[in-house]
Design a protein around this ligand. Structure first.
Ligand code: TYD
Length: 206
């Protein structure tokens, strides 16, 4: 695979969507061809599964399996072909979200999810993951009133606290891949952090 695979992660309300367009512009200037996509979703099948998983009550294992089913399709139809064509793929959430939400938030076993991860993309990991981190109370305040909350956004504060903690554990485990951004700062300060990380890309640090 010759392209670059970049993923964005964080608790709901961490602000990653506000930086997606800027990141896409940055990579377009540097590399030319950029594909922006999201999970769950990114394909017709994946977008149907997204509707289901964001709005229908279901067992946590069903939820995890749907996330990986949507991911399987997304990898096949979008991510792998784009990377093979040398494009930069910027994906709004990927498998780190499954470990954070389904394991951290819902309490599923990491061993189970590792089996799914190995099955679905054992040979492929993101080259760079930008983790937007901030206290969950601040994230909740940013979200409130934005629009009708989905199943995950409606979860209680302790759920979001566990999701945040799980993300930070993954960042500590994979420090070369996952870069933590202080999402509590204003937009210019966050951009500054992003610029620093992106300028070091290729130095062997990311
Ligand atoms: P999100 O990026 O928050 O969409 P939006 O910004 O439009 O609200 O993603 C939707 C939700 O899906 C989010 O709350 C996290 C959840 N999710 C998981 O629980 N597991 C996963 O593997 C993925 C990809 C997302």
């Amino acid at each position: 695979m010759s392209g670059l695979f970049v993923t964005l992660e964080g608790v709901d309300g961490a602000g990653k969507s506000s930086h997606l367009g800027w990141l896409a512009d940055w990579f377009t200037t540097r590399d030319g061809c950029v594909r922006v996509t999201r999970e769950p979703g990114g394909t017709p099948v994946g977008e149907h599964l997204r509707e289901l998983v964001l709005h229908e009550p279901m067992h946590p294992e069903t939820e995890a399996l749907i996330m990986f089913a949507a991911r399987r399709e997304h990898l096949e139809q979008v991510i792998r072909p784009a990377l093979a064509a040398g494009e930069v793929v910027i994906c709004d959430r990927f498998t780190d979200a499954s470990f954070a939400y389904q394991c951290g938030g819902r309490g599923l076993s990491e061993t189970r999810l590792e089996i799914l991860e190995e099955w679905v993309h054992g040979d492929l990991q993101p080259d760079l993951t930008l983790l937007f981190d901030l206290p969950t109370e601040l994230a909740a305040a940013r979200l409130s009133g934005a629009r009708e909350p989905d199943r995950f956004e409606r979860e209680r504060a302790d759920f979001h606290g566990r999701v945040r903690a799980a993300y930070l554990r993954r960042a500590a485990r994979y420090p070369r891949r996952i870069k933590v951004i202080d999402g509590s700062l204003d937009i210019d300060a966050v951009r500054g952090q992003l610029r620093d990380i992106l300028c070091r890309l290729g130095d062997g640090d990311a």
